[in-house]
Ligand binder design. Structure first.
Ligand code: PXP
Length: 238
């Protein structure tokens, strides 16, 4: 059964919309753990658009399950990871203007830098996963870089517009998943997974971790809204 990593970046996005103290991703992580999350995932972006350095530090101390830090290979962020030592780092590509991570990390084109960062993190005792497209060449180079896990980008599967396109993308994930397992690495999956599309991905042989953010936080906002309004209504009913 795959473990569920809950990405709580969007909680911080709401907080940063007002530059205030709520909602606090630290509280959100505790609630996610109470709900059964096997891991908490956060992305410390160079532009700090959601998760802040303080969140990483506090979550490192308070999260009881695995803390998975998504990050680019930028030197400043690498230094933060080396200081805070999360249980796992997932290296991702990052572009300033993107709305969310677009495409997997090109470990072939960035082999030297990725390899150097993997080594630094592993020497500090941090597990490293690489977020890559379901492509056997990227998988092979990931193995050569010595990482223990790769996370296959499920975005194309999630974005597929027809059933046949979805089947095609699922097949690509299955084949790539088998290539990851064959090479002795742990198989993670993530990006764009929802309550509707997650099941076939969770069933892919050998999948041991799913990282899901947007869909869970979107649902949380809706399932929690009625109670939140009720509580405010009570306060204004004076
Ligand atoms: N995995 C990685 C590597 C990501 O960058 C993200 C988005 O931050 C996710 C998983 C989660 O994606 P989503 O928010 O679409 O569930």
């Amino acid at each position: 059964m795959p473990r569920l990593g809950v990405n709580i970046d969007h909680i911080a996005t709401v907080r940063q919309a007002r530059l205030t103290i709520e909602p606090d991703p630290v509280w959100a992580a505790s609630l996610a753990e109470l709900g059964g999350a096997d891991g908490i995932t956060i992305h410390l972006r160079e532009d700090r658009r959601h998760i802040q350095d303080r969140d990483v530090r506090i979550l490192r101390d308070t999260v009881q399950v695995k803390l998975n830090l998504e990050m680019a290979t930028a030197e400043e962020i690498v230094q933060i990871a080396l200081q805070t030592k999360p249980g796992q780092v997932t290296l991702v590509p990052e572009k300033r203007l993107e709305v969310t991570t677009e495409g997997g990390l090109d470990v072939i084109g960035n082999r030297e830098r990725v390899g150097a960062v993997v080594k630094q993190l592993q020497d500090a005792g941090i597990e490293v996963s690489l977020f890559i497209d379901p492509d056997v060449n990227q998988i092979e180079v990931s193995r050569e870089l010595g990482v223990s896990a790769v996370e296959l980008h499920t975005g194309c599967f999630a974005d597929a517009e027809s059933e046949s396109e979805q089947d095609h993308e699922l097949r690509k994930l299955q084949v790539a998943g088998a290539a990851v397992i064959e090479r002795g690495m742990l198989l993670h999956m993530g990006h764009g997974l929802t309550y509707r599309n997650v099941t076939p991905v969770a069933r892919i042989k050998g999948t041991c971790e799913l990282n899901i953010g947007h869909s869970i936080i979107a649902r949380a906002v809706l399932v929690g809204l009625e109670r939140a309004v009720r509580e405010m209504k009570q306060l204004v009913s004076v």
